[in-house]
Design a protein around this ligand. Structure first.
Ligand code: HEM
Length: 390
């Protein structure tokens, strides 16, 4: 996680250096030792930087939701090439649309799945993918342009500069990863009887890197804006903080495993809960060889793992909540831990409903957004509990 503790992120002292009133140096008097020089508190990073980072995390959340809807409406493979600038202009004339449609017709998704698709239907999936890609560009600019402005203004401390560079690098990487993912769905696979879809590994990498970008921006923004509590460093508080970190990591892992469920359409293999079909542990759990392959490629195992991780997450959140009740906490930290429990219950409820109702698009998209809400609440709690630097 990028470090940017509030009050810890300060601009370099520069002109803020002042001298204590000292006896005038004279011929017999040595100049005051350097450690008597006292520094005026250096200015903190302006709150505008924190607000910008929160807005960026909001923009990334929008891209994640839009990406989920694009995938759920099976629109993600409609644009079959990638140009950073040229593709920003959509087809205008009938001729341009037909040329675009013809390009799509050369690829497996049209040949195997959509061979009876009309131009009007194609326009819908094309615009879905186009809006996701355009939103991605907006997100990129939302990071890069203000970053350059704040840098020039000298509003970024040294650690913040590193932080901002990493975030800008990550946003560019995210775009490249998106195209790398789409490419895997455009390849002809003559030996495969499977429907054309992107690689679940690349989907998980694309979602995972979006979640890292989102979390890092939100965490840094919150660290800059939220006033810190001076909590007494008791043994219990240290343990609570460790639990909160562990639970956040678990939620992140659960969300990542959700990408494998989505990528393999594994939400459609067993649509019952709590059992999978008639059994607690389905027969085909280890059907693939070697055994390890099941974890990422067998839809049954992928769904099973996601259920286990989801249930472990809600159990961890409940335990965290119960443990927090024993410790005196400031009002905001108490609110964060209670909200975490509420959002976790909602997220698990949404996951189960998505499964039981055979993955309807609105519910599946809400479940995906719920994972962002859950991760955000966990990061908020971590931010409330963070250690004040001495
Ligand atoms: C802490 C709890 C959970 C988190 C953070 C979480 C997160 C996610 C995420 C991020 C996705 C990927 C969505 C996408 O890319 O479109 C997903 C998919 C899915 N999750 Fe969960 N999930 C949780 C619990 C559950 C539970 C308990 C169930 C059901 C028992 C469940 C069922 C599903 C299903 C069926 C999908 C596939 C939806 C699709 O194909 O789009 N989830 N989950």
């Amino acid at each position: 996680m990028l470090r940017a503790a509030r009050g810890g992120v300060r601009l370099s002292p520069g002109p803020g250096l002042v001298l204590r009133p000292s006896p005038r140096p004279g011929p017999g008097r040595p100049p005051p030792p350097r450690r008597l020089l006292q520094q005026a508190p250096p200015p903190v990073v302006p709150p505008a930087v924190g607000r910008w980072l929160l807005a960026c995390s909001g923009a990334v959340a929008g891209a994640v939701v839009l990406g989920g809807v694009t995938r759920l409406t099976e629109s993600g493979l409609s644009m079959v090439d990638w140009h950073l600038v040229k593709e920003m202009k959509p087809p205008r004339t009938q001729q341009e649309w037909e040329a675009e449609f013809q390009k799509y017709q050369q690829f497996p998704e049209f040949k195997i799945l959509n061979h009876d698709m009309t131009l009007t239907e194609f326009k819908f999936i094309w615009y879905m993918e186009y809006s996701h890609r355009m939103w991605g560009r907006v997100v990129g600019l939302a990071y890069i342009l203000p970053a350059a402005y704040f840098w020039r203004k000298g509003w970024l401390s040294r650690p913040m500069k590193g932080c901002v560079l990493a975030l800008c690098g990550l946003v560019c990487f995210q775009g490249l990863l998106g195209w790398y993912m789409v490419k895997s769905g455009l390849e002809e696979k003559p030996d495969s009887y499977d429907i054309p879809r992107v690689s679940q590994y690349r989907l998980a990498a694309h979602l995972g890197s979006a979640l890292v970008l989102y979390s890092a921006s939100l965490w840094t923004g919150l660290s800059l804006l939220l006033p810190q509590h001076k909590l007494p460093e008791t043994h219990q508080l240290i343990r609570l903080r460790q639990y909160a970190h562990g639970t956040t990591a678990l939620i992140f892992l659960t969300a990542l495993s959700g990408a494998f469920v989505a990528g393999l359409d594994a939400g459609l293999v067993y649509n019952s809960f709590p059992k999978m079909g008639e059994r607690w542990i389905p027969d085909d759990l280890l059907a693939f060889t070697p055994v390890l392959k099941n974890i990422f490629e067998n839809p049954t195992t992928v769904q099973f793992d996601h259920r286990i991780l989801g249930i472990t997450s809600i159990t961890a959140v409940t335990a965290l909540y119960l443990f927090s009740r024993k410790i005196p906490l400031p009002h905001r930290a108490r609110m964060a831990v209670t909200s975490l429990l509420a959002v976790a219950c909602m997220q698990v409820g949404l996951g189960i409903s998505t499964l039981l109702l055979y993955v309807p698009t609105p519910l599946a998209a809400t479940h995906q957004s719920g994972s962002l809400a859950l991760l955000s609440t966990a990061l908020w709690l971590m931010s409330e509990l963070r250690r004040v630097p001495k």
